[in-house]
Design a protein. Structure first.
Length: 598
């Protein structure tokens, strides 16, 4: 009987289709798939729908839905909070500042990311691997740490850059506590998003299209802007919109660089509303909804823009991406890569090291900067004498592990259901799991605050509410990271297991999971790193017992102690570096074991 079924599997297309639907339509007649979908929908409702509903309800009423009851809140529904918010000039100013900072930062990010993707993929610049690595490194710097580093460098009074200018004798002055400071730091740290999109598109583009333009008499410069960049426009627009969306939800950089000059964006304004006495939670919820709507519109635009035009550049004919011979100019492009590395990685790191080891940040001149008597370990001793430091490190690692394990398992279940089955309800699962991409981290924090504060015996005040908020916040990223692994596994492997009598869970455990292990480990590593560095969601959910590293770092900075802030920033960066290195080692080991088995 098995031989007959195996023959049908390999010889009849209609039989293959029937077997492929075995995990979906065939299993749909049984109870398990229904329970599977119901369980996933219930979890997603708990993680995403319920907090967002409570946030919206809080924005539409003047009561607390959790403390006063949903029924009372429903009886007081109005749009008064939204009218108050829209009529408030401070909100309008914060929204305008947000659009300018994020728009300007996006323009800088597109220019940098597009330039380096072209240098790496399409030119003969030496040491391109080095430039490619330098282009990705800013992704690993937490936004708050980046903001602190550039505050040390670009402070108008004590900034290291101004000290160096004065020593050289240049009549220049840098003030990063300004709008252009926000634009600059946003742009250089979020250029990697554009680079990742555009470098992949350039690598897959047929160079014969450019050759045809050059044969027609177009110069290399004209070809670049009339053929190359227009053909990868979807990638450019996708990277541009993603950068803008990510910048909208960032709190750390505006909090550090905008606060000294009273420059508010929507994220910092929302946090201020909750810190006033009494806290204006309903108004904060209304502003959070406004931020979520803006983000959602941009996500929709990202999916729809340019969809009506054809940009197909990869066909059946084989091709090899060409490298443009720049001649002596190749050393200029290499120098640009070195300068970017110095500006984005080396300078901020040196600033943190100086501030962390120097006793006092007052620097009279350059000679004082190199006076070793002014340096000590006092700031490191001070932060580790604080019991909250070790507690925050422990809490951050605990939250990161819970987020990685639980979030990774949930993302695997969601990804498998979406990409490998035909069960009824998978479209709803896909939609709800993608919804958090339009919800900035700060809004997730406000939503979870509304959902659980005041609930007796609830999650608020525990480490779990942080982990669940992070899982919901980064669910789209994790599912997307896993989708490639699912697509690389041929369905015939699962079909063979079904032919041999294996059920869905057994097939997942013995076939899919072992083969997808490198992707699963990579997704869990991503979750762990994102949870360690996340600040926006944590601001509204932590307590003295659940303090995490990112919140304590902000507390050190707001306390005015730059030395402690820099020292703790280095501790966080070293911890992240060690954890990322260890995770990469485990992922490579899993990939090698898979190759050995194959």
């Amino acid at each position: 009987m098995r031989l007959q079924r195996g023959s049908a599997l390999h010889g009849q297309a209609d039989r293959r289709s029937e077997i492929t639907r075995g995990a979906g339509e065939g299993a749909g007649r049984r109870v398990f798939p229904r329970l599977w979908v119901a369980a996933l929908l219930a979890l997603l409702t708990f993680l995403v729908i319920y907090p967002v509903f409570m946030l919206l309800l809080g924005a539409l009423t003047d009561t607390n839905p959790v403390v006063d009851g949903i029924r009372l809140s429903l009886s007081h529904l109005s749009i008064a909070n939204f009218l108050t918010v829209l009529a408030n000039p401070n909100v309008g100013e914060a929204l305008l500042n947000t659009l300018i900072a994020c728009g300007g930062g996006t323009a800088v990010a597109v220019a940098i990311g597009l330039l380096f993707s072209w240098i790496v993929v399409r030119t003969n610049t030496p040491f391109k691997g080095f430039i490619a690595a330098a282009s990705i490194l800013p992704l690993f710097a937490p936004p708050l740490v980046a903001g602190v580093a550039w505050a040390i460098l670009g402070s108008p009074k004590t900034g290291l850059i101004n000290t160096m200018f004065k020593w050289i004798g240049w009549d220049l002055h840098v003030d990063l506590y300004s709008m252009w400071g926000l634009v600059f730091v946003f742009g250089i740290y979020y250029a990697p998003y554009v680079y990742m999109f555009t470098s992949s598109a350039l690598r897959n583009m047929d160079p014969s299209l450019e050759e045809a333009a050059e044969i027609s008499g177009a110069s290399a410069f004209a070809t670049l802007f009339t053929v190359t960049f227009p053909l990868i426009m979807p990638a450019i627009v996708s990277g541009m919109l993603l950068s803008f969306i990510v910048m909208l939800g960032i709190y750390g950089i505006p909090a550090v660089l905008g606060a000294p000059s009273n420059l508010n964006v929507l994220t910092t304004y929302i946090f201020k509303l909750t810190n006033w006495s009494p806290p204006l939670y309903n108004t904060a919820a209304a502003v959070a909804i406004l931020l979520m709507v803006v983000t959602g519109l941009l996500v929709y635009l990202q999916q729809k823009v340019l969809s009506g035009r054809s940009y197909t550049t990869v066909a059946g004919k084989a091709f090899r991406p060409r490298s443009l011979n720049l001649g002596p100019w190749r050393w200029l492009t290499f120098a640009l890569g070195v300068i970017y590395l110095l500006v984005v990685v080396v300078l901020p790191l040196l600033a943190l090291i100086v501030a962390a080891f120097r006793k006092f940040m007052f620097i009279r001149d350059v000679a004082s900067l190199f006076d070793m008597r002014q340096y000590s370990l006092m700031h490191f001793r001070s932060i580790f004498d604080n019991p909250l430091t070790l507690k925050s490190i422990y809490n951050a690692i605990e939250v990161g592990i819970i987020t990685a394990v639980v979030g990774g398992a949930l993302a695997f279940a969601i990804g498998y259901t979406i990409h490998r089955t035909q069960v009824t309800g998978r479209r709803a699962i896909d939609l709800i799991s993608t919804l958090p991409v339009a919800i900035p981290g700060l809004v997730v924090g406000v939503a979870y605050l509304w959902a659980w504060i005041g609930v007796p015996g609830g999650l608020y005040g525990t480490i779990w509410i942080l982990a669940l908020a992070f899982i919901a916040r980064f669910m789209p990223d994790t599912v997307k990271a896993l989708s490639t692994s699912f697509m690389q596994i041929h369905r015939e492997l699962e079909e063979a297991a079904w032919v041999c009598g294996r059920g869905m869970l057994s097939t997942i455990g013995t076939i899919v999971l072992p083969l997808a292990r490198p992707g699963v480990l990579a997704a869990m590593t991503l979750l762990f790193v994102l949870a360690i560095r996340e600040l926006g969601s944590s601001l509204f959910l932590y307590t003295s017992n659940t303090m995490v590293m990112s919140v304590l770092l902000l507390d050190y900075y707001e306390g005015g102690n730059v030395g402690k802030t820099a020292a703790f920033s280095l501790v966080q960066m070293v911890l992240l570096g060690v954890l990322i290195g260890g995770a990469n080692w485990l992922s490579r080991g899993a990939a090698q074991r898979n190759v050995t088995r194959t």
